[in-house]
Design a protein around this ligand. Sequence first.
Ligand code: PGA
Length: 257
Amino acid sequence: MKKLIVANWKMNPSSLAEAGRMLSAFAKITVPKNTEAVVCPPFPYLVAAHKAFHGTRYALGAQNAFWETAGAFTGEVSPAMLRSAGVDYVLIGHSERRKFLGETDEEIAKKVRASLDADLRVILCVGEPAAVRQKGIAAARKFVLKQLGNFFSLPKDDLARLTVAYEPIWAISTMGGKPAGDSPESAGDIAVQIKEFLSLRAKAETGSDGSVRVLYGGSVNSKNAPSFLRESAIDGVLVGGASLHANEFKKILGGGF
Ligand code: PGA
């Protein structure tokens, strides 16, 4: 399976002009054949990104979507609107949204459902806070599987369009993460648990595994990306800070994993 490398620009850069410069630099980078690359800029830059990536192997991602299809929901953006702007992927439930906007597991479940219904591919973000991880890897595993509880009964077709990004909150750069982030081995261990958990029902029904992909995120850069990408249970990386620099992103894409 191709490795999936996702750039999460978060609330950057600060102007459309700067976004245009970044998009041109990214569009010049050749995405290797063994890799799928997704860039998730802020909403106001999506249309420019769609144009800039025309004819390249980049897919376009958004950083959030609402659960309703249309109507009086001031400030919200529907999955169908994103789809019509050329968006393929959407990040749902990022820990910064859980923390600063108070997004709950229930709201996140509704957003995932609506996004899948609108034919978007969903990257669902999960991950434990530092206080949980201090209790050990078993506590982290339990926390993450609880966050995934609402998705246990997703049918196989939905699982095929769902990617889970495991991002331990304490490893994210803006949350005080260290450059090395989590260890590839423990990230791989959690990735295995996530896959087993989500494929249980599909397995019972069809006898085969659901094909949910799992990414690792948290202070990923060009130096540590290959060690995460070499873990067999890790299907890609979600990159924040380092994805703001075209050169760094190019090195991650061409990292020889
Ligand atoms: P980071 O962010 O790479 O800057 O740690 C990752 C993320 O929050 O998606």
